[in-house]
Design a protein around this ligand. Structure first.
Ligand code: MF3
Ligand code: CO
Length: 280
């Protein structure tokens, strides 16, 4: 039995034949290693369950006045209590267990004892879990105290962008269809889509192929095939889409114009007839 060639429901010949046809037509198709076996899917689902329970736990416990380091401690304790590992910890030198990104921080905010959640903040908490070797990834926005209508709307429209992206991610369509739909919704609402960071394959490794861009053109990009697991995690800016990378800490990404940014992330499994939301 060759695990890498097993497809989710055993339709390996059917999927294999279709892949051949699309390849002949010139489509970019995923490597067979990106099509998960039933065993891998079970492992990724178990990891995703812990990741979602962690976000639920944070939803109950995040508070105005708390430092971002306290969020990091909660993530570390909850994850290890569930016999899992926070995937960010020491990932490419990242020093903490979670990313906490407030207001004009687009992503990869590093928890610390000097930054406190204050009323009016919009906060992205991005958690990723390794359980029995399988990876899961998701993020949510939290609104602290009294949040202005402008900021609230950014958070809500960004969630809609993520949800539209998930709905568009159908088998035998293309990644460009996902990106284009997200971009249209963001821009129709007066916002912009960050270009320099994207979603990604996730499950057997933390970050694997394909890159999942949140902008683009329909009928372009890699074919979406049953068995793929990847994230959709649009970062939507109130102002321009330009970002700057912090050279001192090597991680934090800010909006260039100082205006706020929001992000929601889900990980999905592409199935024969749609998709399954693994994390949200
Ligand atoms: N969780 C982030 C993502 O959605 C990645 C964070 S990498 C880290 O892909 F090392 F900064 F944690
Ligand atoms: Co991700």
């Amino acid at each position: 039995m060759n695990g890498a060639r097993l497809t989710p429901k055993g339709y390996s010949n059917e999927i294999e034949n279709k892949l051949h046809l699309y390849k002949k037509k010139g489509y970019r198709i995923p490597g067979r290693n990106l099509l998960r076996t039933e065993e891998q899917i079970a492992g990724i689902r178990a990891s995703a369950q812990i990741n979602t329970a962690l976000l639920d736990y944070l939803s109950e416990n995040i508070r105005e006045g708390m430092s971002t380091a306290e969020i990091d401690h909660m993530v570390y304790a909850f994850t290890t209590d569930h016999e899992a590992i926070p995937a960010p910890f020491l990932y490419e030198g990242y020093p903490k267990s979670v990313c906490v990104s407030i207001n004009d921080v687009v992503c990869h905010g590093i928890p610390n004892t000097r930054t406190f959640l204050k009323s009016g903040d919009i906060v992205n908490v991005d958690v990723s879990t390794i359980y029995k070797g399988y990876f899961s990834d998701a993020s949510r926005m939290y609104m602290i105290g009294e949040v202005s209508p402008e900021y609230r709307r950014l958070v809500e429209i960004t969630k809609e962008c993520r949800d539209i992206g998930v709905k568009m991610a159908q088998p035998w369509t293309r990644l460009g269809d996902v990106g284009a739909a997200i971009q249209e919704h963001a821009e129709k609402n007066g916002y912009s889509v960050v270009r320099d960071l994207c979603g990604h394959g996730c499950g057997v490794k933390f970050h694997e192929e394909p890159d999942v861009e949140h902008f683009g053109k329909r009928n372009t990009g890699m074919l979406i095939v049953p068995g793929m697991t990847f994230t959709i995690e649009p970062m939507i800016n109130m102002g321009s889409y330009e970002v700057v990378f912090d050279e001192d800490d090597g991680w934090t990404v800010y909006t260039e114009d100082g205006q706020p940014s929001a992000q929601w992330e889900s990980q999905i499994l592409i199935t024969e007839d749609g998709n399954e939301i693994l994390t949200e």
